[in-house]
Write a protein of this length. Structure first.
Ligand code: AMP
Length: 220
């Protein structure tokens, strides 16, 4: 079982790195953001609430997130491990996550904190594009990660779209929530000696190399 978690400010590349870890180790990538974006497209009261919250860059209510996470982690594909991205996002969520893990008899192996300069994030956030079909992530402002054909996914040919919270206004709100709510969990995992700091200012491959070196050290 390999149980990996990512903590990072918005647009730092945690989704991209989670995908790389998931595909190398053949485990699912669980992103609360992706789950919530799917719900936001539903024509229901919950869908409208989630859409409004995501668009503003705010956080979805804890009770909703807890239920979604526990239901997802109970699925059989998580039995050999998983990568979780976007949860927990606050100390309250981290404490609740420990309870969920206890109920499911899972434990966290490694928590990766991606550290990155705010001005780099601002540049990335406006260029991010996502495949509406397979959720592959691109960045049109970066030679390294732009799609070969504009607006078309290299992997599956699906259409690329821009997240409605990838604008400077919502980004500033998300960044403020990251520093006030999410950053306190860094110490929580540091105290448990499972936190690893990664320099996120480097290329996608270099960031992944740093992460993978640490994961594979644990296999030796
Ligand atoms: P992300 O894809 O991780 O950037 O998440 C996108 C958005 O989904 C966030 O800005 C929040 O609105 C919502 N979200 C994701 N994870 C959580 C969470 N753990 N708790 C509350 N809201 C969340």
């Amino acid at each position: 079982m390999i149980n990996i978690m990512f903590i990072a400010p918005p647009a730092a590349g945690k989704g991209t790195q989670s995908d790389l870890v998931a595909s190398k180790y053949n485990i699912p990538h669980i992103s609360t953001g992706d789950i919530l974006r799917d719900i936001s497209m539903e024509d229901s009261e919950l869908g409208s609430y989630v859409l409004e919250t995501l668009s503003s860059g705010g956080l979805v209510k804890d009770e909703i997130t807890y239920q979604l996470i526990e239901d997802r982690l109970k699925k059989s594909d998580c039995k050999n491990g998983y990568v979780i991205d976007g949860f927990p996002r606050s100390l309250e969520q981290a404490i609740e996550y420990d309870k969920i893990l206890q109920r499911l008899n899972y434990s966290i192996d490694k928590v990766f904190l991606i550290e990155i300069d705010k001005d780099v994030l601002e540049k990335r956030v406006t260029g991010r594009r996502i495949c509406e079909n397979c959720k592959a992530i691109y960045n049109i402002n970066s030679e390294e990660s732009k799609p070969q054909i504009e607006s078309i996914c290299d992997v599956c040919g699906g259409n690329l779209y821009q997240r409605n919270d990838d604008n400077i206004l919502a980004f500033n709100n998300r960044y403020e929530l990251y520093t006030s709510k999410t950053e306190p969990i860094i110490k929580y995992y540091e105290d448990q000696k499972i936190l690893y700091r990664i320099d996120g200012n480097k290329s996608i491959e270099e960031v992944f190399r740093q992460i993978d070196n640490i994961i594979s050290e644990g296999d030796r």
